[in-house]
Design a protein around this ligand. Structure first.
Ligand code: ZN
Length: 482
C-alpha cells in the first residue's frame, strides 16, 4: 500500500441504539488502523472519523417515549457513544453528529448541488415521483422490510399497508454501469472479495433509483428547494464522510483528505455504501472512496445479539472486568476480521488469563524483577530485528494473525527464561545471565513497539519500565489474574 495520508471512517452510529459490542468492534478496528498509520505516516497525516446518525422518525419517537425533545435525546445518546469510545481509548480525530449545525448547512448545499446536476446521460440527477412503501398506521410512518418481524410491525403486531406519497428520487440507474466498471477495475475496492462479489451480484439483479426525501418525516433536514420534504437518511447520513472535512465550503481541508482510504462497516449497510454513496459522489463530481471493508455480524455464544435474549454486551461491562487494553485485545484476537463470528464470552476469562496475565504480564514481571534484584535495575538494550509479518497482517486486516505473532514472541521469551533457568544463572554465570536478560528486555521493547496500535497503554507501560535508567518490577501486575 503506497500512500502518504490515511483517512479512515467508521459508520456513524444510529442513536436509536446504545453502544454495544458490535459498534465497539468496528470502532476498535478503525482505531487500531489509525494508530498504526499514525506511526507509519506521521500523526498529522492520519484523520480518523466517527460519529452519530441522529435524524429520523424512530429517533423522534424514542425521544417522546422518554419525555425529551429529539435534540435532548440525541445529545444524551451521542454522549453515551463518546463515553464508550473514551473507555476504549479510541483516538478519533473528530466526532461528527448529523445534528451539528455545520453538517446540516453543508447537507443542504449538497442537496442544492444534486438538484442542479445532470447524470452522464443528461437527465436530472434527482426528480420527483411517487414513493410506494409499507406504511404502519400505528407508527404513522413507512417501514422497511428490515423493520418487520414475520411481515408485521413489531410494535403494533400489524401488517403494514402499501401507501404512496410524493418523494424526491436519486437517479441511481444512470450511474450503475460506471459504478460496476469502477468496482471491476479495482478503482473502487470492496473488501473482502466475497462482499465485492455480492455487490456485483446485486447489480446483475438490477438496482433501482432510490428515494432521498420523505413528506412524513418530521425530525430531519429540510430540503432547500421543497419545504414540504425532509431528507431521508442517505444523503444526510452518508455525506458525513465529506461534511466532516468541510465540504463544500472548506475545500482546502477537504482536498487534503478526500478520497477516504477506508470506510469500515458491518454488512447491513453494504448496499448504501456500495451503490448509493458512490453514485452521490459521482453526481457531485467527486472521487470515490478508495476502499470499503465490510465485516459480518456477531452472534454471542451462538445466539443472535438482541435485547429480548438479554445478551447485548456493553463496552463498559467488558472494560470493568478486563480493563481497556485487554478488552481491545480480546475482541480483536478471537477471530478473523470480516467473517461472521461468534463471540464466546465464556472463553474471554480463559484467554485473558492465558495470553495476558500468564503470558505478557508474567513475562514483564519476571524480566523486570530479575534485572532489578540481580543487576540493580541495569541492562543493555539492543536493537532487535526479528522478521515478522505483523505490519503486513495489519495492512491486510488480519488483526488476529498479527496478535498471534506477538503472542508467539511472548511465548518464546518466556521459554528462554525457563530454558536458561535465568534465576539460577544469575548465581552461577553472572555475565551470561546479564546477556540473556538484556536480550529479554530488548525483546519486550520490540513487542511493545508492535503492540502499540492494539494496546497503546500497555505498550507505553512496557516502554516506561524497560527504558527507565533503573528497571523495576511494576508495583501492580500489568494484568491481574481473574
Ligand atoms: Zn407500527
Amino acid at each position: 500500500m503506497s500512500i502518504d495520508k490515511y483517512y479512515i471512517t467508521t459508520p456513524i452510529y444510529y442513536v436509536n441504539d446504545v453502544p454495544h459490542i458490535g459498534h465497539s468492534y468496528t470502532t476498535i478496528v478503525a482505531d487500531t488502523l489509525a494508530r498504526y498509520f499514525r506511526i507509519k505516516l506521521g500523526k498529522e497525516n492520519v484523520f480518523f472519523l466517527t460519529g452519530t446518525d441522529e435524524h429520523g422518525d424512530k429517533v423522534a419517537q424514542s425521544a417522546e417515549a422518554k419525555n425529551l425533545s429529539p435534540q435532548e435525546f440525541c445529545d444524551e445518546i451521542s454522549a453515551e457513544y463518546k463515553e464508550a469510545w473514551s473507555l476504549l481509548n479510541i483516538s478519533n480525530d473528530y466526532f461528527i453528529r448529523t445534528t451539528d449545525k455545520d453538517h446540516e448547512k453543508r447537507v443542504k448545499e449538497i442537496f442544492t448541488k444534486l438538484k442542479n446536476a445532470k447524470t452522464p446521460k443528461g437527465n436530472d440527477v434527482i426528480y420527483q415521483d411517487e414513493y410506494e412503501g409499507l406504511y404502519c398506521t400505528g407508527c404513522e410512518k413507512f417501514l422497511t422490510e428490515r423493520d418487520l418481524e414475520d411481515g408485521m410491525c413489531p410494535d403494533h403486531q400489524k401488517e403494514p399497508e402499501i401507501v404512496k406519497e410524493k418523494n424526491w428520487f436519486f437517479r441511481l440507474s444512470d450511474y450503475i454501469k460506471d459504478l460496476e466498471a469502477k468496482i471491476l477495475s479495482g478503482e473502487f475496492e470492496i473488501l473482502p472479495e466475497s462482499r465485492k462479489n455480492e455487490t456485483l451480484g446485486l447489480i446483475k439483479q438490477g438496482v433501482g433509483d432510490f428515494s432521498i426525501s420523505r413528506e412524513s418525516v418530521k425530525w430531519g433536514i429540510e430540503l432547500p428547494f421543497d419545504s414540504e420534504q425532509k431528507s431521508y437518511v442517505w444523503v444526510d447520513a452518508l455525506s458525513n464522510y465529506i461534511t466532516a472535512l468541510g465540504y463544500p465550503d472548506d475545500l482546502d481541508n477537504f482536498n487534503k483528505w478526500w478520497p477516504a482510504d477506508l470506510h469500515l462497516m458491518a454488512q447491513d449497510i453494504l448496499k448504501f455504501h456500495a451503490f448509493y454513496w458512490p453514485a452521490i459522489l459521482m453526481a457531485l463530481g467527486l472521487e470515490l472512496p478508495k476502499r470499503e471493508f465490510i465485516h459480518g455480524f456477531f452472534t454471542i455464544d451462538g445466539k443472535k445479539m438482541s435485547k429480548s435474549v438479554g445478551n447485548v454486551i456493553s463496552p463498559a461491562e467488558l472494560v470493568t472486568r478486563y480493563g481497556t487494553d485487554a478488552t481491545r485485545y480480546l475482541l480483536l484476537a478471537q477471530f478473523s476480521f470480516g467473517l461472521e463470528s461468534d463471540i464466546k464470552v465464556e472463553l474471554f476469562d480463559e484467554k485473558y488469563n492465558a495470553d495476558l496475565a500468564n503470558g505478557l504480564g508474567n513475562l514483564v514481571a519476571r524480566v523486570s524483577n530479575l534485572i532489578e534484584k540481580n543487576f540493580s535495575g541495569k541492562t543493555e538494550l539492543k536493537e532487535i530485528n526479528i522478521k515478522t509479518n505483523i505490519s503486513e497482517n495489519i495492512e491486510k486486516y488480519k488483526f488476529n494473525e498479527a496478535l498471534k505473532e506477538i503472542n508467539k514472541l511472548v511465548a518464546e521469551s518466556n521459554q528462554l527464561i525457563d530454558k536458561e533457568k535465568v534465576w539460577e544463572l544469575v548465581k552461577s554465570e553472572e555475565k551470561k545471565a546479564y546477556d540473556v536478560l538484556s536480550e529479554l528486555a530488548s525483546n519486550l521493547l520490540f513487542i511493545a513497539k508492535h503492540l502499540k496500535p492494539f494496546m497503546p497503554e500497555t505498550a507505553d507501560k512496557i516502554e516506561k519500565i524497560f527504558k527507565a535508567g533503573k528497571i523495576e518490577k511494576p508495583k501492580e501486575a500489568l494484568f491481574q489474574r481473574i
